[in-house]
Each structure stands twice: as C-alpha cells, then as structure tokens.
Design a protein around this ligand. Structure first.
Ligand SMILES: *[C@@H]1O[C@H](CO)[C@@H](O)[C@H](O)[C@H]1NC(C)=O
Ligand SMILES: *[C@@H]1O[C@H](CO)[C@@H](O)[C@H](O)[C@H]1NC(C)=O
Ligand SMILES: *[C@@H]1O[C@H](CO)[C@@H](O)[C@H](O)[C@H]1NC(C)=O
Ligand SMILES: [Zn+2]
Length: 575
C-alpha cells in the first residue's frame, strides 16, 4: 500500500462533523481492503420494470413547438479523399459534476494523488449547449438528432425535424459513401440515441418500428453494419418468450433471412466473436433482454453480459478488419447509455462505475486511433446532463457540509435498481401478509448491510420501503446519496452545458470553445465529407417516407405522476 492519503480527503475529514464519523471510519477501513471472494450470482434474463417506468416517464412529450433555429454554419475544411475512421462517443446524461464525482471516487479507491485525472479530463476539448427546439431542457432523442442530423428538433424526435420531416443522418450518409457503420450501446439498441442515427420516427417510444428500420426495413434499406447492445426483446415476436413487442413481427427472422445479419444473444456468442476477429457483418449482437446491467452489478455477472469496453473493442476490431482493403474507413457511434439511467435513479454508486467504464472505453478508442495507420478522430460528448447532480449536499436542517464521502459509494456493491430487484424477488417469494418487522430485518441485513454497505438504516427509511416496496428504488438511492452527501435536483434532465472531449487535431478545431450541439453534428458529416449525401438522403426520405404520429398512451403519464410522488418522499436521515 502506498502511504499517502490525499491531502484533500484528509483535510475534508478533519473538518467533517460528528454526524459523519461513521462514513469516516468506513473511509479508513475501506482504504486498501482487498475484495472478498465472491458468490456467483444467479440473476439472468431479468425483465426490469421499475427503471423502465422511469425511463419511459422521461419520454413524455407534451408540446411540439415548431421553432427552428437556423444555425450559423461554419465553412468547414474539405477533407482530402484519404481513408479515415470516425468514432463518436456519447456519454448519455453525463454532466461536468459526474466527472468531478468519478475523478475523486477513483482517487479514493485506487489511492491516487489529488492531481490524478480521468483519461477524459486529459482530452477536454470544449463545451456544448444542449437545448432542443421545443425546450431549454432536451431529451436524448432531440439531443441525438442534433448529432445525427445536425438539426435542432423537439424532445422525442428521432431523426425528424420540428415539422416531423425525416432528416438524413451522418450514419446513413456514411454508409452510402462507402463507409462501414456501427452502433454500440449499453441500453436497448432501439433507444433514442442509437435510433436517431438509423431510424426516423415521430417519437422515441416507437421502439417496435425503430427495430425494423434499424435492420434495414426502412425506405433506405440497411444502413448499419454492426449493432451491439441490449433490447433483444424488441426483435422477437409477441408470444415468444422474452418478447416485448406489441405485434407478432419476427424482426430477428427478417434480419437474418432477408438482410443477412448474423445474430448473437449471449456471452458465449460474444466470446465466439474472438475480440472482433470472428465477426460476420452485418452483425447483430443483442446481449440483454433490455438494458445491459449497470457496471456496478454487471461486474458480478460478467459471465452473462459483456461490458461497454468489451463490446466497443470487439466492434472496432471487426470494423477495422472489414475495412482493411476498402477505400473508406468506418463510422462508429459508442454510447455509455446508462450514465443517464443512474442519473434518473439519482444513484451515485451506479453512476461512478458507469463513468469509469466509459472512461476506460474512451481510452481504448484513443489507443486504437494512435496505433492505427488509418487517419481517424474521436469526438465524445453528452446529449445533456441528468439528475442535476451536485457533489455536495446540505441535509435539511443542517449547516452546509464542505465534503462528500466517496467511501459510501465504494462500499456499495449493488445499484439501487438491482437492490430493488432483489427486494421484489424476495417479496414475491413470501406471503402477502408477511410480518413487516421481519421484512424490515431482511431488507436491513440482506440488502442494506450486505449489498449496499449501509449499516445505519433509520426506521423511517425502512418504513418507507416496507410500506411501499414499489418505491424501494428511490429510497435506496436517497439513502446512498444522503450518506455520501451527493445532491440531486431532479429525476429528469437539466440544461447545463456538457463537455466535449476529443483525440484532437486540426480537423476538430471547429469544436473548440462553447458550441451548439448541432455544430457537433455538422462536424461529423463534414469530417467524413458526406454532406452532399446527407442532403440527397433527406430529399429521398421526404419523397418516399410517410411519418405518422403514434398513438399515445395515458399510462405513461400516470407512471410519471407516481414517480414524481416518490421523489418528494420526505426522508430525513438523522444519524
Ligand atoms: C459483490 O456482490 C457479488 C454478488 O453477490 C459478490 O460476488 C462480490 O464478492 C461482492 N463484492 C464485494 C466487494 O463485496
Ligand atoms: C466464429 O463464429 C462462429 C459463429 O458465428 C462460430 O460458430 C465459430 O465457432 C467461431 N470461431 C471461433 C474460432 O471462435
Ligand atoms: C412480527 O415478528 C416479531 C418478531 O420478529 C414479533 O415480535 C411481532 O409480534 C410480529 N408481529 C406480528 C403482527 O406478527
Ligand atoms: Zn435520460
């Protein structure tokens, strides 16, 4: 063990109040402690519902303001016709505070000096303004459409403009120009960010339709060569086990038989790809029924799910192989999708592990570009911030505290989502009239103490969970956050500017400073020199494609109201 505790942390400890002694002791105890040998988890193929409700709730789109801001366009330098690769990374929902949170967390767990930074920090490039055409606070659909089409649109829009006209995307244009294309995510591959590159629909929740367009059933035919992520349930017909489609369309069958996709749906299938050396394009790898679990949970289920960095590295290798004799390189979008979900859940323990995994993935992309003989660029940014995260929290009725406790996050070995899932499994296994005080005891021992590292649960907190186990997730998040002294202002998104990172070079000069998110979209098409193709495709889509409004369900709104109530739970934590 190296000797130095970081002065910053040591100092914060000296100043910490009595109420935080528990966390302080944990900090000391945890430092340098080796991980205990593990039990093997048996959690497979779990259909999550709580997060889904939350994620869906964020999707409610109310008004569509047709207010198209014509962006001033830079005169971009014309790239030469030389072969080039472009990797675009999206850290969904990662604002500047997430970097500070994760940097300090990593310094703490790895006993690093206070000037140790994330790989991302070393590639800081600029900042991006994120508003959509309909709101100062964007959602991921409008955010991704700004990247894929270079246009502002309304919240919920998947590669359509404010008038619902489809707009050609950089990925579609790249494909037409001869590039090989890929999408790698940790959420459903039909979710807003990947969808906005390869599908055009009125609203993001039209996942069934998005799945079809992504495999090649849209008017442009197939435009993607590789898709890795979760969301398998959208590709299986209703009635088949593991399907979440509303119809009985066999998307997998159409993908394989009509469009020639290879199919992988398991860790074994992923491993057979041999790190990218044995991938048959077009390749569809759907490794989870819905989301790939949060990294904090996935690392304990690595025999079931590949990580973001594993998927990204395999994808890069496969695309590199596929283009080695081609005049054009590849365009790959990689999304750290669930940083956003951790924000929606206000779960800092889940978020730090998501950001660390994203940072690791960023590094492997930078390393690839450095070693590659083909010219290439990495640009990475977020579509928006999620949660209104603050690396400080003043508990109600207390003085402000000048510290926060990474140890609390380090001690937790389960996301709130996973903890809530364990609880709902348990509740389903016991009689309805289970003795409440026994249930509280079970939660305290098996979840809070054993999995989340919380050994001072308050009775009010346990009561809140037992009286409505459906609200367990936000209560677990609140318990972690208040002990770590991490603040949140919303279960939705915020309007704060987000960071841009890049492998750098003169080509990316236009993204220096503070830019609009649409400037990033314009950069992508300009770097690949496919602006003319984008224009042609937009025209073609306008002619051939009819976009109809979907039928909106009321249920979504009910769910949103329920969640709002959960968030305003008054749980004072008094240690
Ligand atoms: C975290 O939980 C998993 C699953 O139960 C277990 O295998 C692992 O050992 C735990 N790790 C720590 C550090 O507690
Ligand atoms: C390559 O992938 C195919 C499936 O696509 C699999 O059958 C084969 O075993 C793999 N080869 C190796 C060497 O892993
Ligand atoms: C629940 O169990 C506790 C002991 O664990 C007992 O004291 C209490 O009386 C029980 N309550 C009911 C309603 O059975
Ligand atoms: Zn979100």
């Amino acid at each position: 063990m190296t000797s130095s505790r970081t002065p910053l942390l040591a100092d914060s400890r000296r100043r910490s109040l009595d109420s935080d002694h528990a966390a302080e002791e944990e900090d000391a105890a945890l430092h340098g402690r080796a991980a205990s040998p593990g039990r093997s988890p048996r959690l497979r193929e779990w259909i999550l519902f709580l997060w889904a409700l939350l994620a869906t709730a964020t999707v409610i789109i109310l008004a569509v303001i047709v207010q198209h801001n014509q962006q001033t366009s830079h005169s971009s330098p014309k790239p030469s016709s030389d072969k080039r690769n472009l990797i675009f990374m999206v850290s969904d929902g990662m604002g500047p505070a997430s970097l500070s949170l994760t940097r300090s967390f990593r310094q703490y767990i790895d006993d690093l000096p206070i000037d140790d930074t994330l790989v991302l920090d070393q590639h800081f490039w600029g900042t991006s303004r994120t508003r959509s055409s309909s709101s100062l606070v964007t959602d991921s659909a409008a955010g991704a459409t700004a990247f894929s089409c270079g246009k502002k649109s309304y919240n919920g829009a998947i590669a359509v403009d404010p008038d619902h006209n489809p707009c050609g995307t950089v990925l579609e244009a790249a494909k037409r120009a001869g590039y090989t294309t890929g999408l790698v995510v940790t959420t459903d591959v039909t979710d807003a960010t990947p969808a906005s590159f390869a599908a055009h629909v009125w609203y993001r929740f039209q996942n069934d339709e998005i799945a079809l367009q992504e495999i090649g059933e849209g008017v442009l035919g197939r435009t993607v060569d590789l898709i890795f992520g979760g969301g398998r349930c959208r590709f299986l017909p209703n009635g088949v086990e593991g399907s979440c489609r509303a119809d009985d369309v066999d998307v997998r069958g159409i993908a394989q038989d009509k469009h020639g996709w290879s199919w992988a749906d398991s860790r074994a299938g992923f491993d057979a790809m041999a790190g990218g050396k044995n991938v048959s394009l077009p390749a569809l790898g759907l490794f989870a029924p819905a989301d790939v679990p949060f990294e904090v949970d996935r690392r304990n289920m690595a025999d079931v799910y590949p990580s973001l960095s594993e998927m990204a590295s395999t994808a890069i290798k496969a695309l590199e192989e596929a283009t080695k004799d081609s005049e054009k390189g590849f365009f790959l979008m990689i999304e750290g999708s669930r940083i956003d979900h951790a924000g929606h859940f206000n779960d800092p323990a889940a978020q730090v592990r998501e950001v660390l995994e994203y940072d690791k993935t960023f590094k492997l992309v930078v390393d690839f570009l450095e070693e590659s003989e083909t010219e290439g660029v990495l640009v990475a940014t977020s579509d928006h911030e999620t949660g209104g995260l603050a690396t400080a929290y003043q508990r109600p009725g207390e003085l402000p505290a000048y510290y926060w406790h990474p140890s609390v996050l380090a001690n937790s070995n389960a996301s709130s989502e996973h903890a809530a899932r364990l609880l709902s499994q348990y509740v389903a296994s016991v009689p309805d009239d289970v003795n409440k005080s026994d249930l509280k005891k079970w939660i305290n021992t098996n979840i809070l103490q054993q999995r989340m590292g919380i050994d001072d649960a308050q009775d009010t907190e346990l009561d809140a969970i037992v009286s409505n186990p459906a609200l367990a997730l936000p209560v677990f998040s609140k318990m972690i956050s208040s002990r770590a002294r991490i603040g949140w202002s919303t279960a939705g998104h915020s309007a704060v500017d987000v960071n841009i990172y890049s492998s750098g070079g003169p080509a990316v000069d236009h993204l220096r400073g503070n830019v609009e998110n649409t400037d990033i979209g314009k950069f992508l098409r300009s770097y690949l020199d496919v602006e003319d193709h984008v224009a042609d495709i937009t025209k073609e889509l306008g002619k051939k494609m009819e976009i109809k409004p979907p039928v909106m369900g009321v249920r979504i709104q009910e769910v949103a109201v329920g969640l709002g109530e959960a968030l305003h739970l008054d749980l004072s934590y008094e240690p």
